[in-house]
Design a protein around this ligand. Sequence first.
Ligand SMILES: [Zn+2]
Length: 143
Amino acid sequence: MESRTIASRPTRPHPVITPETAPFWRSVHEHRLSLPRCSVCSGYFFPPSPFCPRCWSGSVLWSPVSGTGIIHSFVIFRRLYDPSFSDLLPYSVALVELDEGPRLLSRITGPIEACVGARVEVVYEELDDETTLPLFRVTGSAS
Ligand SMILES: [Zn+2]
């Protein structure tokens, strides 16, 4: 009988989910993006906190956001720092500024065409059955 060895890459790092971030990761797993929003000043913010970073109100609700925005800044990884990312090289990681204001650090999928100001939209990557990541893809050039 023929024996085969299947090369498997190491598992990519998973997010550390805390009570404060659990609603975010739950919404992402359901393929929608929700962020904390202050009921007093109406501002969205990220990372999650029990208090609004602008007015310090403790009246915070999770609200859906568009999932669209622009690349505020980015880097392209051409060197492998984590073996679990070997199939992705080269890849870019961007600071995405959502249309609602908050900024998220995430990976850009697709061709390496990232540039500051480019329009992006969220896409979802199933890391496994329980964990989904919000990634972004470029939808338009910088204006
Ligand atoms: Zn506020």
